[in-house]
Design a protein around this ligand. Structure first.
Ligand SMILES: [Mn+2]
Length: 237
């Protein structure tokens, strides 16, 4: 059995999202061979030297889980600075985007398919470049935290003024990549539009963001099920 999740956007260890993730991992890791995080596990990641409460708690949670089951993490557009030090500390394997599995499934965060958002794609090229990332990581942790906060604010402002279809995947771009990769199944997140779509080339599974509920795609014996799970609040119990 394998699980696929994305867009948890974790930002607080006391949040229902973090608590729900902890209970999902405790429950599922014993029977899963792999759990895949397809981007934006975190709302922001400012570098592997981050020592705030959430970073420490997440590293502890993942390293404990990785002793029972294989964990895979792909970068999203918010946590693309997750690096080898984080992978080493947790035991997760970082996957490149897109990643083709041996059964012809293409895994992707999904933002690379949103090519109609031209400004976003231009920014993406800069933020994912080695030169920009090296320059950012040379700055002190506090400066990176401030930069992250201002980037989030301006991204929110930009998105408020965009038509909804611009922020969805572009069907022709998805087809092109699926042909190129010779894949017949796609699992992605990013768009916050959970659903299962039959496309000309195969089936497209869209993971949901952990907002009002949590989302995961469960693969068992070759069949796939998109599940919505209630967010638990430890304070309520
Ligand atoms: Mn995203």
């Amino acid at each position: 059995m394998r699980l696929y999740l994305s867009d948890l956007h974790l930002e607080d260890v006391r949040s229902p999202q973090f608590q729900t993730l902890a209970s999902v991992l405790a429950r599922e890791s014993r029977r899963c061979e792999g759990i895949y995080f397809l981007g934006d596990l975190l709302e922001v990641w400012v570098g592997d030297d981050d020592d705030d409460e959430l970073a420490c708690a997440l590293i502890e949670l993942l390293s404990e889980t990785a002793q029972r089951c294989n964990l895979f993490v792909m970068h999203g557009n918010r946590d693309f600075l997750l690096g080898d030090t984080f992978a080493g500390a947790t035991g997760v394997r970082l996957l490149k985007d897109p990643y083709l599995t041996s059964d012809g499934t293409l895994l992707s965060h999904g933002d690379a398919f949103c090519i109609e958002d031209i400004d976003y794609q231009a920014t993406r090229i800069v933020l994912r470049s080695e030169a920009w990332q090296r320059q950012i990581l040379e700055q002190p942790l506090d400066a990176r935290r401030q930069l992250a906060a201002s980037m989030r604010a301006s991204s929110r402002e930009a998105n408020e003024n965009k038509a909804a279809n611009i922020m969805d995947v572009c069907a022709s771009e998805v087809s092109r990549v699926m042909m190129e990769q010779q894949a017949t199944r796609l699992i992605h997140g990013h768009t916050h539009r959970p659903g299962v779509h039959q496309e000309p080339w195969g089936r497209r599974y869209v993971l949901g963001a952990w907002e009002r509920c949590g989302w995961l795609l469960r693969e068992q014996n070759g069949s796939f099920q998109l599940e919505c799970l209630p967010l638990v609040d430890r304070c309520e119990t």
